[in-house]
Design a protein around this ligand. Structure first.
Ligand code: DGY
Length: 324
């Protein structure tokens, strides 16, 4: 029997690409140059599965291409806001993602940004590298203490829970959360010593650190806007490892410049890889290039998770991480 044909849109870890070669008739992207809309359409017409990642726009136009052969889109990533899910559903396509395997590493990056912002790490590194550091002194580059402070989480899914665990059990932090959904089981919330806030505004007014863990979606577009930034305190830090467009950049720049908040740590940006120029000029911000899941272990696990999903699909079973 011939092997299913699959198209991978970007370079994946070598171990996973080797597994793909064993299992499938695979077209890899050796150049790692992002595919155009026309190339994505062609892939849907010629392969049984398209394996994109979170930076490939799988739009309604791409999904509605005529004469499709593909039945499944196995996204390499937990977020799937790059895919027009309504159009995929309408086209009868199965879509899967890669939850769980990146939870801890993404929570680690959120903690890293929290610590970097609180302790002015980016600014400190720039000072050392510039050779302008003149030596220790009692009032130099004072930041904020993290241990024992209050962390407010917007969203309490897997990554937020993992961050809360590290923050509460590792740094003795008090945990607040806001979620529009049903909260996790009581025991999970109690183990984190977490307290639910009825509104985002309540949480913003009380937290020393606010970390965003909501999906990128039209409802969450610019969820953190000027009004909400003004609810935060001048000593508060904002951390975003979710999706860039959850934060209004113009408002964030104003907030950081005018001291409505103390600092920010961002791993994600609206319109990536472009970064809003105003952010680059600020000192009180830590910026990372979307590194949340970027560890060897996690990226291999993400690839393997995609393979599990498409293998189940080709075997006529429901993939474990079916989104639609
Ligand atoms: C995801 O999987 O959604 C991440 O943003 C990639 O690290």
């Amino acid at each position: 029997m011939s092997k299913p044909k699959v198209v991978v849109t970007r370079k994946w870890p070598v171990e996973v690409e080797a597994r793909l070669k064993e299992l499938y008739d695979v077209t890899l992207n050796e150049s790692d140059v992002p595919m155009t809309a026309d190339e994505l359409k062609r892939a849907l017409q010629t392969a049984d599965a398209l394996l994109p990642t979170v930076t490939d726009p799988i739009t309604a136009d791409v999904l509605r291409v005529e004469n499709k052969r593909a039945g499944i889109i196995g996204n390499f990533g937990v977020g799937y806001n790059n895919i027009d899910i309504a159009a995929a559903r309408e086209q009868g396509l199965t879509v899967t993602n890669t939850p769980d395997v990146l939870t801890d590493c993404t929570a680690d990056i959120a903690m890293l940004l929290l610590l970097m912002s609180a302790r002015r790490a980016s600014q400190g590194e720039r000072l050392v590298r510039s050779r302008r550091w003149t030596g220790w002194c009692p009032t130099q580059m004072l930041g904020q203490k993290v241990t024992g402070k209050t962390l407010g989480l917007i969203g309490l899914g897997r990554i937020a829970q993992a961050m809360a665990k590290k923050a509460h059990h590792g740094f003795g932090m008090n945990i607040l959360f806001y979620t529009p959904r049903n909260p996790p089981p009581r025991q999970v919330v109690d183990d984190l010593g977490a307290v639910r806030c009825e509104t985002i505004e309540d949480l913003l007014a009380q937290a020393d650190f606010v970390s965003l863990h909501c999906p990128g979606s039209p409802e969450n577009h610019h969820l953190i806007n000027e009004q909400r930034l003004k609810r935060m305190r001048p000593s508060t830090h904002l951390i975003n490892t979710a999706r860039g467009d959850v934060v209004d950049n113009i408002a964030l720049c104003k907030a950081l410049k005018e001291g409505w908040i103390a600092g920010a740590g961002l791993d994600v940006f609206e319109g990536e890889p472009n970064v809003y120029p105003g952010l680059l000029e600020l000192d009180n911000i830590a910026l990372l290039p979307h590194l949340g899941s970027a560890t060897e272990e996690t990226r291999i696990a993400m690839g393997n998770r995609v393979i599990e999903n498409i293998s189940a699909f080709f075997a006529g079973r429901e993939p474990g991480d079916k989104v639609v």
